[in-house]
Design a protein around this ligand. Structure first.
Ligand code: PLP
Length: 401
């Protein structure tokens, strides 16, 4: 294969609406844990589509599901049932506490659906209660309602007026949450690990307390598992590691393993949409559902999650070694959604140097690196990544002296 030169590829970037700063790279192919750029340089990828590529880049099972399903049926219209839609819904319900699913194309849309369902439920069951308590530094998406729900400070002044009805309280602060509940409150919505905020886990007491508050005040508990779901934290869903019985869970990212599909998964008891309240042209389309089912089957396979937990332990141990050597902070997170505090060192600068060295990382904050490798990670790639990271840290700390 003759690859186009970097200049040929990147000359076309002016045709795109600029929405984020991208490095002068164009990735041409991916294989498992690696991405290859226009010069065929390999990068060990610990971003993986932003915690999306559950099984790494272009795994056989996804290729096969795409080929098989695309030959069979791509789009019968959302007005009809199709087989992959039914099978994926069954898989999600039979492997969780929930009963029913609505499929969407993105995590934001799944959350949008959860917000709508909670408001509808409030109309029907709680005298029109509509307020949803969300948390500071949370991230729920980029539609207008989900940006309004999001607790990111940078979003606050944008696109005013926002969708009203979201009360933001400090995360992991049960007393503040309780104090925010009033007669118009209908739900509490949270990420069990705040991903975009820098991988901040909810404490066990906090989540158990929220669950109790919801029972006491007849509120819905909504868990946004768009980033934490599908094995990312070492259990199929993160809520399974907490004492809580959420009524609504949203999924995205890892659910498709790289293709656009997301879902709202709910208890039958709160199912209250009337026909016409919710829909979407591509909801439950067989192509994405078939791929997602293939990904989910892998994650559900005997031993898969145990291996995620083993490699997570190994990752944390190796990271602790680097932390000690280079004066980094403690590791946080669960499973393969991990982060470390970089202390005095600039995390974005580490990301840039690591990329030059052939390792893709993310810095959700100035002082934090986030790791979201494929769940198929092995100790071998951990060793390779840590060696690359150690090289970068050596350069940086030497430059500082
Ligand atoms: C990524 C993310 C979303 C938004 O998902 P999109 O597919 O980008 O719309 C929502 N919530 C959380 C927790 C996320 O990490």
């Amino acid at each position: 294969m003759i690859s186009p030169s970097a200049n040929d590829v990147l000359a076309k970037q002016n045709y795109l609406i600029p929405i984020t700063k991208r490095p002068e790279l164009c990735f041409l192919r991916g294989e498992g844990h690696y991405l290859f750029d226009q010069d065929d340089k390999a990068y060990l990828d610990w971003v993986q589509g932003w915690a999306v590529n559950t099984l790494g880049h272009s795994p056989q099972v996804m290729q096969q599901a795409l080929i098989k399903q695309s030959a069979q049926l791509i789009n019968p219209s959302p007005a009809f049932f199709n087989q992959p839609m039914l099978e994926l819904a069954e898989l999600l319900c039979e492997n969780s506490k929930f009963d029913q699913v609505f499929f969407t194309n993105s995590g934001a849309e799944a959350n949008e659906g959860a917000i709508k369902l909670a408001r509808k439920w409030g109309q029907k069951n709680k005298s029109g209660a509509f307020k949803i308590i969300t948390f500071q530094h949370s991230f729920h998406g980029r539609t207008l309602a989900t940006m309004s729900a999001t607790g990111k400070e940078a979003f606050a002044p944008l696109f005013e007026p926002k969708v009203s009805g979201f009360t933001k309280v400090p995360y992991n602060d049960l007393a503040a949450t309780e104090a925010a509940i009033d007669g118009q409150t209908v739900a509490i919505m949270l990420e069990l690990i705040q991903g975009e905020a820098g991988v901040i886990p909810a404490t066990a007491e906090f989540v158990a307390g929220l669950d109790a508050l919801c029972k006491q005040h007849n509120l819905l508990l909504i868990v946004d598992e768009v980033q934490t779901g599908i094995g990312r934290t070492g259990s199929l869903f993160a809520y399974q590691q907490y004492q809580a019985a959420p009524h609504i869970m949203t999924l995205g990212k890892g659910l498709g393993g790289g293709v656009p599909i997301a879902a709202m998964v709910i208890d039958k008891a709160v199912s209250c949409f009337d026909y016409g309240d919710q829909g979407g042209t591509y909801n439950g389309n067989p192509l994405m559902c078939a791929v997602s089912a293939a990904v989910l089957q892998q994650v559900l396979a005997e031993g898969f999650l145990a291996q995620v937990n083993r490699v997570s332990d190994y990752f944390c141990r190796q990271l602790a070694v680097l932390a000690k050597e280079f004066g980094l902070g403690t590791t946080r997170g669960k499973g393969l959604l991990l982060a470390i505090n970089t202390g005095q060192l600039s995390a974005p600068q580490i990301v840039e140097l690591a990329r030059d060295a052939g390792l893709l990382l993310n810095a959700p904050r100035e002082d934090s690196l986030r790791f979201m490798p494929a769940l198929t990670l092995t100790e071998q790639e951990v060793d390779q990544g840590m060696a690359l990271l150690a090289g970068v840290l050596t350069t940086l700390t030497a430059a500082e002296q």
